[in-house]
Write a protein that binds this ligand. Structure first.
Ligand code: 13P
Length: 326
């Protein structure tokens, strides 16, 4: 059922995704022949999720990228994710189905401005959300994702000043949860920032038994009325463990595919942002099965990161992985 405010996804039916299309079949054959893995973010096309070797959040994908034995990584996601995989695997071929799949947060963080902010706060350490360019990563002390941000910040001595970039909403959530006063960069995710607390409150009133689950990239007014604020991966655990039969989800709509498969028997209500079409990330949508097939056939487009940038950016990524082992 679909209205201007929400879209209801019924419980997953066993066997719903077992029949592959000819394109999916060809991808599966080719990735075996070429010893490739497909790493897919929770936000990409369900048809790609269904044939991926791993589907997950930014943290899970970084861990997979570090540990894969494949020769080729096809990264179905956005460019900073594929870049992170390349930094972790400089010898491997890292393919991205559409090189123009970027991220608004990445675009909002100019490395030169970050350099200036660091100079103005020489005693501060820089923790950057993984949604940033390699040029910003190399200026950072530690990288984090939405899944481990609280954990990482809590490990930093309380008297240490922190510059957090580029997401001001995620940063303010961390400040609230940890009692810190981090210096926040003025960036935001254009998709999550669109959610409107008044509209979501109306939706909650319409579905009073359905907890509202949102991503920490949402504004504070939205987080404040949510029953759970967490990374995409943690949404699965919350919906599985919570006794409710249905949930209102405020994040990119493709997430519902993963939720339906992992949490069978439950109904998911995708909240629409400010009357717009169901929540979308235009960059994630650039990943199509046809482009995955083409990049595997042509071994292009590839992600490359200049060696010096990559070796400097590797340190804060490895620091993140050490600080959030598990
Ligand atoms: P996750 O940390 O849940 O993967 O979120 C990534 C993201 O870009 C959300 O918009």
């Amino acid at each position: 059922m679909e209205t201007s405010k929400f879209m209801i996804f019924p419980p997953y039916r066993a066997g719903e995704c077992v029949e592959f299309t000819p394109v999916q079949e060809r991808i599966l054959r080719l990735k075996k022949e070429k010893n490739a893995v497909i790493l897919a973010h929770n936000y990409v096309d369900p048809q790609i999720q269904d044939i991926a070797d791993f589907v997950g959040d930014s943290l899970g994908l970084s861990r997979q990228a570090k540990n894969t034995g494949a020769d080729i990584i096809v990264f179905a996601g956005v460019d900073f994710m594929a870049e992170t995989a390349k930094i972790l695997n400089p010898q491997k071929i890292v393919l991205i189905p559409d090189k123009s799949a970027g991220c608004s947060l990445e675009e909002m963080c100019d490395p030169l401005k970050l350099k200036a902010l660091k100079s103005a706060n020489p005693d501060a350490i820089v923790i950057s959300y993984i949604n940033c360019s390699a040029a910003v990563k190399e200026l950072s002390d530690i990288i984090c994702t939405s899944g481990n941000a609280l954990d990482i910040v809590r490990q930093i001595p309380e008297d240490k000043q922190i510059i957090f970039c580029p997401d001001k909403h995620l940063g303010s959530w961390i400040n609230e949860k940890t009692g810190r006063n981090m210096i926040l960069w003025d960036g935001f995710c254009v998709s999550h920032a669109m959610y409107d607390a008044r509209e979501l409150a109306e939706l909650k009133a319409e579905f009073p038994k359905s907890p509202l689950v949102c991503h920490p990239e949402c504004p504070k007014s939205v987080r404040d009325i949510s029953d759970c604020v967490c990374s995409t991966e943690k949404m699965i655990k919350f919906c599985r463990d919570n006794p409710a039969e249905s949930f209102i989800i405020a994040t990119v709509v493709e997430m519902i595919h993963r939720l339906r498969k992992e949490v069978p028997g439950k109904t998911f209500i995708a909240a629409r942002a400010a009357g717009k079409s169901c929540q979308q990330c235009s960059s994630m949508r650039r990943n199509t099965p046809e482009k995955v097939l083409a990049c595997l056939e042509n071994l292009s487009p590839r992600i490359e990161v200049p060696a010096e940038t990559a070796s400097r950016a590797l340190k804060p990524i490895e620091r993140m992985l050490e600080m959030s082992a598990g």
